[in-house]
Design a protein around this ligand. Structure first.
Ligand SMILES: C[S@@+](CC[C@H](N)C(=O)[O-])C[C@H]1O[C@@H](n2cnc3c(N)ncnc32)[C@H](O)[C@@H]1O
Length: 356
């Protein structure tokens, strides 16, 4: 065995802490959110304030008993009832934050980051931004030196997302830009051709962005689509295949089945989130290249034009949120979510000012 110099990371020069890292560790501080779990498993999320109190029919828990102390404690309230205290994880935050549009579930966000191979320093385009659920995971993956450009056509949703992202990271993230408007109209004006490493679309009609994505995506770049229905999946897959500028089209869905662990009673949970969405990934070929013609071709299924029309109507007006089973979000509901997200973000921002 030869001696090899091993650099001790502790000897490396100090680097600035990545955005948001301070929110995830250390003693609990005013302005931070914590989850309180009682002995019956009931969860409440509260924002800590000096002198603040959490009231339940079982008594009062004083925030000052938690502030300055560690994460992961069990404390008693005024009536002697115990509460377990933990900082919410990213997945807890996303599932409990104010929402305009439906968020990408944490299980899918994790899979998207992996399938798209989102790396620190990458330039990523995302649309739509919705409530900002996926934006948080993408920002974490690109880091402070990367770029995330998020396109959103509804201003109220962009407001919800902005506030949620700032609450999560404890302030603005240096890698993030939101662009208002239709992604397909804006993308090519903002990005040089071939300059984007990854594109992630979570929207009703991703095929409308095909040309813009093909223009901005770098050769070898990954494009991921997250769609709720099999008809959207098929429509975007066929559009990509027909276009010819992409290769390695792969579709999947992710199911996570929790397990009940209690002594000898070890079995899958009775309930699960069975369906959220499908992922369709593909990669951009270099300009002028054609996808490799594989010798072993799958048998082409027989179908008639009328079958395709029933499955993928050519009439764009038939691809409505309602036809695809989505609940429409009224402007009033979206504005309410934006107000809730802003007030949550302001409580955190006040604490940052007090810390300065
Ligand atoms: C399901 S939501 C996205 C949720 C988001 N990924 C999250 O995790 O919070 C879909 C969003 O796409 C937006 N949208 C739909 N088509 C769009 C387009 N062509 N350009 C920009 N945004 C679009 C909608 O307004 C909506 O906010």
């Amino acid at each position: 065995m030869t001696d090899s110099p091993i650099e001790n990371p502790a000897d490396a020069p100090a680097r600035p802490a990545p955005t948001g890292a301070g929110e995830r560790r250390g003693p609990l501080r005013p302005g931070q959110r914590v989850q309180l779990k009682d002995a019956k498993g009931r969860l409440n999320t509260v924002t800590l304030t000096e002198g603040g109190q959490f009231h339940s029919y079982q008594g009062v828990l004083h925030h000052d008993d938690l502030i300055g102390g560690p994460d992961g404690v069990v404390v008693a309230n005024s009536a002697g009832h115990d509460y377990q205290v933990l900082r919410p994880l990213l997945s807890d935050f996303v599932l409990s934050m104010p929402r305009g549009a439906t968020v990408v579930y944490p299980k899918d966000a994790g899979q998207i980051v992996q399938m798209a191979d989102v790396f620190p320093g990458a330039t990523v385009v995302e649309a739509g931004v919705g409530s900002g659920g996926l934006s948080i995971s993408l920002l974490r993956a690109v880091g402070d030196s990367g770029q995330l450009h998020s396109y959103e056509r509804r201003e109220e949703f962009a407001d919800v997302a902005r506030a949620n992202v700032q609450t999560f990271f404890g302030g603005e993230h240096p890698a993030w830009r939101i662009h208002l408007g239709n992604a397909q109209d804006q993308m090519t004006a903002v990005h040089e051709p071939g300059s984007v490493d990854r594109v992630v679309l979570d929207m009703l009609a991703p095929w409308e962005c095909l040309d813009a994505v093909a223009t901005v995506l770098a050769p070898g770049g990954v494009w991921i689509n997250y769609v709720a229905t099999a008809t959207q999946l098929s429509r975007v897959a066929e559009a990509i295949r027909e276009d010819g500028r992409f290769t390695q089209t792969e579709a999947s869905e992710t199911m996570v089945r929790g397990w009940h662990l209690d002594g000898l009673a070890v079995r899958p949970d009775h309930r699960m989130v069975a369906h959220t969405g499908f992922l369709l990934a593909c990669r951009r070929l270099a300009t002028g290249q054609e996808a490799l013609a594989l010798k072993k071709r799958s048998k082409v299924s027989e179908f008639k034009a009328v079958d395709v029309e029933a499955w993928q109507p050519a009439d764009e007006n038939r691809w409505t949120p309602e036809a695809l089973g989505e609940r429409p979000v009224t402007d009033k509901k979206a504005r309410k979510a934006a107000r809730e997200a802003a007030s949550m973000e302001q409580r955190g921002a006040r604490r940052h000012l007090e810390d300065l």
